[in-house]
Write a protein of this length. Structure first.
Length: 146
């Protein structure tokens, strides 16, 4: 098996859900909220890992969003998310980068929800990372006015 294919393996717990069939490798310019105050591995954990390898309180184990890394295409949406989540303190730290295919597959949440007949507004992007992915390497902390 060549090196590139070996790296494109999802974590074993991804067997808990069905990947949205529209998810694909693509480059989208996105923002990520950085809980550690910098663009590092701990700020780029998917939701399942952030929750200590547990499903969120009101979540379902078969929901793909429980296992994705949350990013946003619009700055205002990531900032609004951070203001609502007590893990993030002012000044908020936000990184900007690209959903590189080397790290996983992604899909705009509104796109796959629409295919399921559900309404969703917002610029959230679900990014399902490969094992040993290092997406923070594609991101830089940005400066902005509050």
């Amino acid at each position: 098996m060549d090196k590139e294919k070996a790296e494109k393996i999802f974590p074993s717990y991804f067997k808990n859900f069905s990947m949205p069939k529209w998810a694909r490798e693509q480059e989208l310019e996105v923002y990520r909220a950085c809980a550690t105050g910098k663009a590092d591995s701990k700020s780029f954990l998917n939701s399942y890992e952030e929750n200590g390898f547990k499903i969120s309180v009101n979540g379902r184990s078969d929901d793909p969003q429980e296992y994705s890394l949350s990013t946003y295409m619009k700055f205002k949406d990531v900032k609004r998310f951070m203001a609502m989540d007590s893990r993030y303190g002012v000044p908020f730290v936000i990184a900007k980068g690209v959903t590189s295919p080397a790290h996983g597959i992604c899909l705009e949440t509104k796109e796959w929800k629409r295919y399921l007949g559900q309404k969703y507004r917002g610029s959230h992007v679900d990014w399902w990372l490969y094992t040993n992915a290092k997406p923070w390497q594609e991101f830089e902390v940005i400066e902005y006015e509050y």
